[in-house]
Design a protein around this ligand. Structure first.
Ligand code: UDP
Length: 485
């Protein structure tokens, strides 16, 4: 990196929940390894989550820092108390004035922001700081959303369960109306997505994407050439977590001692354990959890299951001695709360990942070279499922058909037979799974190379840095503006 790049300062403004906050922190850390001065704008409650990683980065000589954005007590509206499980609807507009002031005072070269701060364009436009969007999705999901928006194929079928093809995409991708986000598409012909989030992106300088070109080349090209978006693919960002502590402490303090977890895995055969997790937000009903428990037990394959809060009881309640049985016969490890996901996924004992297809988890599964059982629930997860199963062919579907918001009760429960069948199919390692494993290992290797010097993501980061440098005012323009004041 030249000295010019080292002077470039980028502010990173993550949203509050896990799937949004975690990759943005990685992104800031990644940019600092390219010589950028990275400043993460954060909330008081979030700091503890990643302070140690940032300290380690600083000690290793990286130019990275945190800025805690404080809200006047009167405007707080609960913001100082929000944590990792804060939902996407959380209103953060009380931060608008403090952010604007910060941008005025420090004049960074750019603000990378999560569009869930729906008001952020007003702040950046007023102070004329370029805005780059990071919404955490892959290009494939964006292409699916764009196809639905442009062509409204969902309005041309007779029922919510009848499949329709997404027109104009590089592959034949089918979805049903029941798999589309409710508020955006299912209400009728009108696409109601022209909201503040969309506007925030439309007038921005572009978007950084946590993905890599080789994973979804046709969809990156489609985003750039057909939709006309300016995108830089800079991932997989999770690969910036190189040491044990970074991996073990990523996101939250784990609810299990990392050594206990690794010891448990060490007793298992290579590729024999299924890792089951539904991300940082999703809440399932007790009925659904019971079906998962039975399906896992009946499959006979060892598993680690991360059980978050339930819809009804808040905490996981043991079913008929399930947990005790699993502990006794060492078949299953149940983690209630937060798991050190990166550490688990990369362990050689892990042979499959049952995932809700949140984009971070999906990409982390790819990086670990692990085939998946897909169980999408909400957000753009049904699109991600299609990428995994139909395009990349590195996973199988459990048979989840119904989109619902993260905390809504689902009409349909996925039964224990479906769970057992999917686990048996993926973990017993037939020919199709051998082929999936080969493909996903190849992608993992491509992902690893993408972020190394000379790799596609490495180059895209540098390209963005150069473009941002070109946006800077010239010495003459600065002198003029000083004279005008
Ligand atoms: N995660 C974790 N431990 C957990 C649950 C989640 O480390 O017990 C991390 C996971 O590695 C991923 C993020 O939290 O980076 C979840 O993001 P994703 O996009 O997969 O799903 P979301 O939580 O947004 O639904």
């Amino acid at each position: 990196m030249g000295s010019q790049a080292r002077c470039l300062e980028i502010f990173f403004f993550p949203f509050v929940g896990g799937g949004h906050l975690i990759p943005m922190i990685d992104l800031a850390r990644l940019f600092s390894t390219h010589g950028v001065k990275s400043t993460i704008i954060t909330f008081p409650n979030d700091v503890a989550v990643f302070q140690k990683s940032i300290n380690r980065d600083q000690q290793s000589g990286l130019d990275i820092d945190l800025f805690i954005l404080r809200v006047p007590a009167d405007d707080d509206a609960g913001l100082s108390k929000i944590d990792m499980s804060a939902p996407p609807v959380t209103d953060t507009s009380a931060l608008q004035e403090p952010l604007k002031q910060l941008l005025k005072d420090r004049r960074p070269d750019c603000l990378v922001t999560d569009p869930f701060h729906r008001w952020v364009a007003d702040a950046t436009d007023e102070v004329e700081v370029p805005r780059i969007i990071f919404n955490g999705n892959c290009c494939f999901a964006d292409c699916c959303g764009d196809s639905v928006e442009r062509h409204s194929p969902h309005t041309k079928v007779d029922s919510d369960s009848e499949p329709f093809i997404l027109p104009g995409l590089p592959d034949r991708i089918e979805l049903t109306r029941s798999q589309l986000p409710l508020g955006l598409f299912r209400m009728g012909n009108e696409y109601s997505g022209k909201n503040k989030m969309v506007i925030t992106e439309h007038n921005s300088f572009g978007r950084v994407v946590n993905s890599f070109y080789e994973l979804e080349p046709a969809y990156v090209d489609h985003c750039r050439n057909v939709i006309g978006k300016k995108v830089w693919l800079v991932g997989p960002v999770s690969l910036c977590n190189k040491n044990l502590e970074d991996k073990a402490e990523r996101g939250q303090k784990a609810s299990i001692d990392q050594q206990n977890c690794l010891n448990w895995l060490a007793c298992k055969n290579p590729r024999s354990v299924l890792y089951v997790s539904f991300g940082s937000l999703a809440r399932l009903s007790s009925t659904q959890l019971r079906e998962i428990a039975s399906g896992l037990e009946n499959s006979g394959h060892p598993f680690i299951w991360v059980v978050g809060k339930t819809l009804d009881n808040d905490n996981f309640v043991d079913f008929d001695g399930f947990e005790e049985r699993m502990m006794e016969n060492k078949k299953g490890l149940i983690i209630k709360g937060w798991a050190p996901q990166l550490l688990i996924l990369e362990h050689e004992a892990i042979g499959g990942f049952m995932t809700h297809c949140g984009w971070n988890s999906t990409l982390e599964g790819v990086c670990a070279g692990v085939p998946m059982i897909t169980w999408p629930l909400s957000a753009e997860q049904f699109s991600n499922e299609k990428l995994v199963t139909d395009v990349l062919k590195i996973g199988i579907k459990v048979g989840s058909e119904e989109w619902a918001s993260w905390q809504a009760e689902r009409k349909v429960v996925v039964g224990r037979e479906k769970v057992e069948a999917a686990v048996a199919r993926l973990m017993s390692g037939g020919e199709e799974v051998v082929e999936m494993r080969r493909r996903v290992k190849e992608l993992a290797e491509l992902g690893r190379r993408a972020v190394e010097e000379g790799g596609s993501s490495f180059d895209d980061v540098n390209l963005l840095i150069e473009e941002l440098k070109c946006l800077r005012p010239t010495v003459g323009e600065v002198a003029e503006s000083v004279a005008a004041q």
